[in-house]
Design a protein around this ligand. Structure first.
Ligand code: HAM
Length: 414
């Protein structure tokens, strides 16, 4: 038997209701905050990601799905969408509309990570990007939007962690400081982290080895911001206070992708464990320029949809969220199947969710199926009643039934 690939999952019909609710809530809230949906391709030129995410990162070094297509091009399954959105922003001159481009996306991403609960090789993200403003208010809006989204989904027990990496110069001095903090521990780091110490010390914070995690926890970390970046960060914190959004400053939030500058944040949720973020993001003020566009400040975030579904499922039980059926049409007598099928078509045209059994099984079997489906009403098309132009409508909630005219069916259901 061929099975789904390791780290990929089918989202089965009894879970799809939860996914639809997450997506519908996203579209509703993100639109209220004036973000427009965008869809970009799942495959891109691999260099888009190596250039933007950084070639010392785990994503690029170990996790990208890369293949050579028939034309000899180096293609990647996107590991994230920010680089794609920026590519699209530049390629389609989205800056021409003037002002800030506020975009959001929903879709699958691919990373060859070791699968575990809430970590998959094909996973889904809901993300937002605001390109074209350096205002601290946009940073605040981004965090406010992600908090509002969680609130609308009724996900509780989450924590916003905030840091600023500062501008490129500040980031370099943060890197230097971290290098000094890690230096006494180099001998105890894993082989990968020894390389990270030389190439990009911040990536040590992403290591999944327990011993490296312990060292990363223990080292001193502070941010050393220039006056401009310190002012910006102060304004972000003031804006969050203004909106009553709770957050904790955590200088260890350095993010696993190289494009970040300035404000960075993560949201963790208690039921997922402290190490796994449900949402993460930050500023990437240099990325548009680095990918060939004009100097354009930007900020964004992405939620992991599997993690949202896990947090929601833990809170309320994820099963049985598919749309409930209104009517199941049953037939007493094979000759009436065509009439029942026509009636079903009539119900559907009236917008009533309905179905029937197509296999000409006994009425008892059909009724058992209706019970199993948990429908609100069962229609019984029986010979005697049908001769009188009637059907039987059974209310499955209060277990009563009545004979009504076929043409009155809709008004008895709605
Ligand atoms: P990221 O931190 O790599 O950031 O991913 C964002 C979120 O995606 C994570 O917090 C997590 O919830 C989810 N996620 C990541 N990897 C997996 C996985 N293997 N399985 C399940 N969920 C996962 C980014 O991707 C940035 N593009 C976010 C961003 C947007 N920054 C600025 N704009």
């Amino acid at each position: 038997m061929i099975k789904a690939l390791r780290g990929t999952k089918d989202i089965l019909p009894d879970a799809i209701g939860l996914w639809q609710r997450i997506e519908a809530t996203c579209r509703n809230i993100f639109n209220i905050y004036a973000y427009n949906e965008i869809k970009t391709p799942i495959i891109e030129e691999a260099s888009l990601f190596t250039r933007s995410i950084g070639d010392a990162t785990d994503i690029v070094q170990k996790e990208m799905y890369i293949f050579c297509d028939r034309g000899g091009r180096n293609i990647a399954l996107r590991p994230e969408a920010t680089a794609s959105i920026v590519r699209s922003y530049i390629e389609n001159s989205l800056f021409q509309s003037g002002g800030i481009s506020k975009l959001f996306y929903i879709g699958p991403m691919f990373r060859a990570e070791r699968p575990q609960q809430g970590r998959q090789r094909q996973f889904h993200q809901i993300g937002a990007e605001a390109i074209g403003s350096d205002s601290p208010l946009i940073d605040v809006e981004m965090i406010a939007l992600s908090v509002k989204f969680l609130e609308k989904l009724a996900i509780k027990n989450f924590h916003v962690k905030l840091n600023s990496l500062g501008c490129q110069k500040d980031k370099e001095s943060v890197i230097e400081k971290h290098k000094e903090s890690f230096r006494p521990h180099v001998g105890k780091l894993c082989i990968d982290c020894k390389g990270r110490f030389e190439k990009n010390v911040l990536r040590i914070f992403d290591c999944k080895e327990e011993s490296c995690r312990e060292i990363a926890e223990s080292v001193k970390s502070e941010n050393a911001l220039c006056s401009n970046c310190a002012k910006h960060f102060k304004q972000v914190k003031e804006g969050l206070d203004l909106l009553g959004i709770q957050y904790a400053i955590d200088h260890k939030i350095v993010r696993g992708l190289d494009y970040y500058t300035g404000t960075v944040f993560e949201i963790t949720q208690e039921s997922l464990g402290a190490k796994d973020a449900i949402c993460a993001g930050g500023r990437y003020n240099n990325l548009v320029r680095e990918l060939g566009g004009k100097d354009t400040p930007a900020i964004g975030f992405a939620f992991g949809v599997e993690r949202l579904a896990l947090a929601l499922g833990k809170a309320e039980g994820a099963k049985g969220e598919g749309r409930r059926m209104d009517v199941f049409v049953t037939v007493a007598g094979e000759l009436l199947y065509n009439e029942a099928f026509k009636l079903l078509d009539f119900l559907r045209s009236a917008g009533i969710t309905s179905d029937m059994d197509y296999e000409a099984r006994s009425l008892k079997t059909q009724l058992r199926r209706a019970e199993k489906l948990g429908v609100r009403f069962v229609v019984i098309v029986g010979e005697e009643e049908f001769k009188r132009g009637n059907i039987i409508l059974r209310d499955m909630e209060n277990h009563s039934q009545k004979e009504i005219a076929v043409e009155d069916i809709v008004k008895n259901i709605i």
